[in-house]
Design a protein around this ligand. Structure first.
Ligand SMILES: Cc1cc2nc3c(=O)[nH]c(=O)nc-3n(C[C@H](O)[C@H](O)[C@H](O)COP(=O)(O)OP(=O)(O)OC[C@H]3O[C@@H](n4cnc5c(N)ncnc54)[C@H](O)[C@@H]3O)c2cc1C
Length: 396
């Protein structure tokens, strides 16, 4: 390729995949990966699962960065951006092409709380978990549920506080989260819905209704925001959440500057709107897509979003993107260990949620990706393989 220098900021999954993609695609110029954390690139999903429960120690990607000829500048934080030059806390770094992959930072609360975003966060929380510890988790989202699972297995007394009326209220409709409320109860986790935190005080959490809960440890899992404050004043366009505004090739508003992973907002033709996705699969694919773009490919980036979560002994997987007005179809009963929910839009599957059902998931994913028309009666019957629940194309 060229001998131009590609600099990637953020040594997480998206940044690492971009660097690998550049080398695998034949990029001959220097490739530099700049990361604020002192660690070599590692995987985050195990941080709220195996690392927290103590089953896994490290999650570093098994890659030989020297052999790949990728320069790692670790423990180095980008502080600003000007044409051709990245400012960092250890001096400027020149670039010909720049990739912003600085991910997201956990939203937190004032007071003595911990968040769970990095391997250091995970190890620090793990070090405190012990039988009888009174753990208060703020937020019944994906990370809250996974943290509750690990802490419970280690013998902690776990209370989860959720301001909304249901867990995962922003992600899933109430019909689907009602069975999940039971998962908390069955695991012996005290889930309190409509519980708004007023203050975290030493040894206690005070709720807006005056309730006080004793807490030895408070962990906050209330979402993450694009980690892009360092771009203020650079002229790069951000949306109101701080996500980098990119086009459908993941190019930003500044020439030669691209973005990938949790920090990017891009127009999805498939979804009919601009989206920001904070999940593993997107970080991997978008990092690769930017590498391909830098190498000259000219393809829009628009995969079907996918994520998974492991909570209370269940594997939960979701693919697609449902929206208000889509028809919700049950396949199996939520009283059973395995069940599936389907969303239909104009006769085709728009999204699939599976609990403990990898076969439905694999088949549903293909149907969503291909926009296949579905026969709702067949699809609702768990005895019929999902892949055969195909509907007829309307005549005319
Ligand atoms: C605990 C946890 C569990 C998860 N579990 C799942 C799961 O089960 N399934 C799923 O689909 N997804 C899961 N995710 C989400 C998934 O891990 C993320 O979507 C993915 O890591 C995003 O990758 P990224 O490279 O965009 O950002 P990150 O992984 O956040 O990497 C960005 C890197 O950039 C660095 N950085 C930030 N600012 C600067 C700067 N100014 N200068 C230099 N470096 C900087 C950060 O320190 C960080 O290392 C989980 C996330 C977490 C935190």
């Amino acid at each position: 390729m060229t001998d131009q220098r590609a600099v990637i900021i953020g040594a997480g999954l998206a940044g690492a995949q971009c660097a690998i993609g550049l080398r695998e695609g034949g990029w001959t110029g220097p490739v530099t990966l700049v990361g604020a954390e002192p660690h070599r690139p590692y995987d985050r999903p195990p941080l709220s699962k195996g690392v927290l429960s103590g089953e896994i120690e490290g999650t570093e990607f098994e890659l030989d960065w020297e052999r790949l000829d990728v320069e790692l500048l670790l423990g180095r934080t980008a502080t600003g951006l000007a044409p051709g030059e990245l400012a960092t806390d250890a001096g400027p770094v020149g670039y010909d092409h720049l990739v912003i992959a600085t991910g997201a930072a956990a939203v937190t609360l004032p007071g003595a709380v911990r968040a769970l975003r990095t391997v250091d966060d995970s190890r620090a929380i793990r070090a405190e978990l012990r039988p009888g510890l009174r753990l208060v988790l703020v937020g019944a989202g994906w990370i809250g549920a996974e943290t509750a699972t690990a802490a419970k297995a280690l013998g902690c007394e776990v209370t989860v506080l959720e301001a909304a009326a249901a867990p995962l209220a922003g992600a899933l409709p109430a019909e689907l989260t009602a069975p999940m409320v039971r998962w908390y109860a069955e695991a012996g986790v005290d889930l309190r819905l409509g519980a708004r935190v007023a203050a975290v005080e030493p040894g206690a959490v005070r709720l807006a209704d005056g309730t006080e809960l004793a807490a030895d440890l408070v962990v906050v899992g209330i979402g993450a925001r694009p980690d892009t404050r360092w771009l203020a004043g650079s002229g790069l366009e951000l949306d109101r959440t701080g996500a980098v505004l990119a086009d459908d090739r993941l190019r930003t508003s500044l020439p030669g500057v691209w973005a990938a992973g949790d920090c990017v907002s891009y127009p999805s033709a498939r979804s009919g709107e601009r989206i920001t996705v904070q999940h593993w699969d997107h970080a991997l694919r978008s990092g690769r897509a930017v590498a391909a773009g830098l190498l000259g490919a000219d393809q829009p980036y628009d995969p079907v979003p996918y994520f998974w979560s492991e909570q209370f002994g269940r594997m939960v997987q979701y693919v697609g993107r449902h929206r208000d007005g889509d028809e919700l179809l049950w396949r199996g009963s939520p009283d059973q260990p395995a069940w599936t929910a389907l969303w239909l839009r104009e006769g085709a599957l728009s999204a699939v949620l599976t609990v403990g059902s990898p076969r439905d998931f694999a088949q549903g994913r293909r149907l969503v990706e291909h926009g296949t028309l579905i026969d709702p009666a067949l699809a609702a019957d768990p005895a019929v393989p999902l892949k055969t629940a195909v509907g007829a194309v309307a005549a005319g």
